[in-house]
Each structure stands twice: as structure tokens, then as C-alpha cells.
Design a protein around this ligand. Sequence first.
Ligand code: ATP
Ligand code: MG
Length: 280
Amino acid sequence: MQAPLPPVPPPQTVPPAAIARTIVDARNVTLTYQTADKPVYALSDVSLKINKGDFISLIGPSGCGKTTLMRTIADLEQPTSGEIIVNGMTPEAARLKRAYGYVFQAPALYPWRSVERNVTLPLEIMGMPAAERQQRARDHLEMVGLAGFEKKFPWQLSGGMQQRVSIARALAFEPDLLLMDEPFGALDEITRDHLNLQLTRLWLQTQKTCIFVTHSIAEAVFLSTRIVVMSPRPGKILDVIDCEQHLPRERTLDIRETPEFAHIAQRVREGLMEGHSYDD
Ligand SMILES: Nc1ncnc2c1ncn2[C@@H]1O[C@H](COP(=O)(O)OP(=O)(O)OP(=O)(O)O)[C@@H](O)[C@H]1O
Ligand SMILES: [Mg+2]
């Protein structure tokens, strides 16, 4: 007698919510700066898709075009060729709709405004009523662990606290996309660990899409869903590493001791070494 055939599985359907929404779609982006003496080739043929909820780190040698790529996404630079779509719009339309928040390497806070009034500044410019913007600022300062510091001035805070104020400011107008350019580069390792942990919790809680520039391999592996390794100038994408294949989305600092973490870090290191060149 023949064994019964196994039942036919039902056809696989993908629920709409599971279909990744593309937040940034860079297509063959090249950017050349025209300078007085000679052109500077900053980006070469960069194509990258970033999905909703992704945490993408850009890592690469100094001068390889990481800031240029972020600035192009934010409509602060124009590609020489190729195109970028942000949230289904041109970067300019996205900027006008305030689709992104930008955290610069230096906190860039106004020393004469209190912490709270630094966070409310973009909301003031947007024309939000005073009571609402104060509430927004308070909520977001609490989110970054700075409740109680609203009335202090930036110069009364440590560097790490100032950086958290600038993150609160970028989050306060609730952008879909958060661009962070080496926000923790100037901080000591312990403070950086602490902020990495806070940032990963914040990201899980708010479900924002983040693009993060760093020179630290450990920071990139700890924070990211995907790591984009770039070559020396003109910046090209050498490797895109999917960290979520090996690490859970929710992470604590001890994950850095695991073999999976070391394996990803090694791959990033190899990519950086492979792309390294000493001629310029
Ligand atoms: N406005 C500009 N005009 C001319 N050249 C520029 C301009 N901005 C950046 N560059 C050049 O473009 C290249 C890429 O610069 P970019 O700031 O994007 O690098 P980066 O990867 O962010 O470097 P770092 O890690 O040091 O911050 C560099 O060679 C830089 O000198
Ligand atoms: Mg830079």
C-alpha cells in the first residue's frame, strides 16, 4: 500500500504590513564637488535601499563621503547624477515636509537658550502653539533621560548630555527618518556605551528609521540592522552586512561578547581593509 501524500501547504501570502516600505532609495548616486582647483569626487555610483524601521550604519575611512551621502539624502547637497527618493518624494519635498531629523557631529545648541528652548526651536519655526511645543520638548527630553534638565543651559551639561539634547531636538518634531552623523564620536567609551544602549532602546520604542555614521566597528555592529561599508573617496558601497541574520533586534551590551558579534565585526574590518588605499 502506498503511503498517503503529505497535505499540500496553503499558498503563502505576505500580509501587507510585512512588506517593507522603502524610506530611502538611492539610485546610482554620484556627487562631484566643484572646487577652485580641481573637482572632488565624493560619491561614485551609490545605490542603497533603506526600509522603514531599519537602523543603517555607514562606516568607511575619513573623507569617503559618508557626510556627503547623508547631506544628499537631507537635500543639503544635490547629486551630480543619479537620484534619491525619500519617503516616496524628492529630498526637497521630504525636507519641506520635515520628514527627517538631523543630528550633527557637534551638538550645535544655542548657548543662550535653555535646554527646553533649544528643543522647541524647530517647533517654534514650524508655528506650533507654545503649550504643545513645551509638552513635546518635555516628552522627548524624558525619552533621552534628561527629565529635570529643561531649564539648564547647554554649557551646564556634559558633552554626552548635550548630544542627547540634540537627539531630543531631532526627535521632537517626530520625523520618520533620523539622520545621525557621528553623534557620539567625541565621547569617552563608557558614556558612548551608555548612549548606544539608550539609542537602541529609543529606536525600538519609536520605530524610527535611522541612518547613523560612525568610525567605530563595535558601535556599528551593536546598533545596526544593516551595516554599509564604504570605500575610500570616491565613496562606493563595498559591502552591506545584514546583522539581523545573526543578532536579535533587541540587544544588550553583553551581546558584544558573542561569536556572532565578533563574526560581523570581522567582516566589517575585512571590508574596510580591502577598500583601503594609501594613494591620494
Ligand atoms: N563642500 C565641499 N566642497 C568641496 N569638497 C568637499 C565639500 N564637502 C566635502 N568635500 C570633500 O568630499 C569628500 C567627502 O567628504 P565627507 O565630509 O562626505 O567625508 P566623510 O566620509 O564624512 O569623512 P569624515 O569621516 O572625516 O567625516 C572629502 O574629500 C571632502 O574634502
Ligand atoms: Mg563626515
